[in-house]
Design a protein around this ligand. Structure first.
Ligand code: SF4
Ligand code: SF4
Length: 414
């Protein structure tokens, strides 16, 4: 069973020189965080849909596609640069990512890379089909085993189904692990703390890694720190997804950028995002979604050095994060004074948290997904606008207005 960074390091061998930890690590650094490439955004950004997982070519008769030539160049560049972890999934590129990645990696010896894919539990209709899907994935990728296999997107919407043994998801995957067809079993999670706790209580002892959304903004905004601490208590190492929050952290206001430049004149704003994840000791692999060859090259250059942030630099990022989320967020402190006054018994602070996330992200799938798991009478649309909550809110939040706006935004996203 894989546990802790020491053991993981041994799996990351530079395909160029054969040394452990690869060419980025030939200096004093011992970490292997960047030996990873996510293919799921390997397309020009102008083709990205809102969810950043599928690509639409308006000029093509085929609605979803992978640009094989561009993507293959990126994989070749990454392999030459020492990247040896490649992440795909059943649903990426409308099912086209797995065969594409399998095709590109065929050019390399099987032992020179680590291939990761995932069971698509984000779609409840896949529950109960784990055997059929897993076999198909091996076929699509053209491999006999996966180095890393994840239960995909454990969240509020699917936690009950993932925990439901009658579907046999975990049992089957564990069996494949024992058979050597899965080398390491883990999970990715977008759920909040209660979901993560439930999942770990049941499967924590069988999980070898966890992929989480970690970046300097979500460190507190989406409780990434708490999640990392919880995983640490299970001795489960962390893979990072969305280190730049889908590109949102690649540019800042001129004022914020100047503050960072004053601290590290040579670092780009994007570089600060990667330096942040390099500062989290529990992080072992950083999956950076890249859309162009230039981004692959830029990321390779960034990860030539392991340069974690110092306390002052972390504090500066934290201040900027607070200002950014503060401007776009309602200042709910989760005191819960309001909830006992609500005739509809709505979980007001929880809904405000989701509303803040939804507004800050400019949409996204998380809030619609979580609200979708609530019964109709507990959703923002159930608010009758009585205002009893607002009268007792110490933060003077206009809760009825928020509920109305949230309901309208969610209706639009359907
Ligand atoms: S305004 Fe809405 S959220 Fe507030 S107490 Fe009334 S029903 Fe509940
Ligand atoms: S009373 Fe106000 S601050 Fe407290 S939980 Fe309710 S909305 Fe949040």
């Amino acid at each position: 069973m894989l546990r802790g960074t020491e053991k993981i390091r041994s799996f990351f061998v530079c395909p160029l020189c054969g040394r452990r930890n690869g060419p980025f690590m030939h200096g004093a650094s011992l970490f292997v965080r960047f030996h990873a490439l996510s293919l799921w955004k390997n397309m020009p950004r102008k083709y990205l849909t809102r969810k950043n997982t599928l690509f639409y070519n308006k000029n093509s008769s085929a609605p979803f596609f992978v640009d094989y030539k561009a993507a293959e160049e990126m994989v070749d560049c990454a392999m030459r640069g020492g990247v040896n972890y490649y992440d795909t999934a059943w649903g990426y590129h409308n099912g086209g990512s797995e065969p594409a990645l399998g095709t590109f990696l065929k050019n390399y010896p099987r032992k020179s890379y680590n291939l990761a894919t995932k069971f698509p539990g984000y779609d409840l209709s896949n529950m109960g089909k784990v055997r059929e899907i897993f076999e198909k994935q091996l076929e699509k990728c053209g491999v006999e085993y996966f180095d890393y296999y994840l239960m995909h997107n454990v969240c509020e919407m699917n936690i009950d189904a993932y925990l439901d043994e009658s579907y046999g998801t975990y049992a089957y995957l564990d069996e494949q692990r024992r058979a050597g067809r899965i080398r390491h079993l883990g999970f990715s999670a977008h759920g909040d703390m209660p979901v993560l706790r439930r999942f770990l209580e049941k499967y924590g002892s069988g999980m070898e890694f966890c992929q989480l959304q970690i970046n300097w903004l979500d460190w507190t905004f989406q409780h990434a720190k708490e999640k990392v601490d919880l995983l640490k208590s299970y001795n489960i190492p962390v893979w990072v997804m969305e280190p730049l929050r889908g590109g949102k952290l690649c540019s800042l206001s001129a004022e914020d950028e100047a503050k960072l430049k004053a601290l590290r004149p040579q670092e780009s704003v994007t570089g600060w995002g990667f330096r942040f994840v390099q500062s989290v000791p529990e992080v072992v692999v950083t999956l950076s979604g890249m859309s162009t060859l230039a981004q692959v090259q830029e990321n390779l250059k960034t990860f030539e050095t392991d340069a974690p942030l110092n306390a002052d630099e972390l504090a500066a990022l934290s201040r900027i994060a607070r200002e950014m989320t503060g401007k776009a967020s309602l200042p709910c402190t989760a005191c819960r004074y309001c909830t006992s006054h609500c005739p509809k018994k709505l979980d007001i602070p929880e809904l405000i948290k989701l509303y803040n996330e939804h507004c800050f992200t400019g949409g996204g799938f998380i809030a619609p997904m979580v609200v979708g798991t609530l019964p109709a009478e507990k959703r923002p649309s159930a608010c009758v606008g009585c205002g009893s909550c607002a009268k007792v809110c110490p933060q003077q939040i206009d809760i009825p207005a928020m509920m109305k706006d949230f309901a309208a935004r969610l209706a639009k996203s359907e």
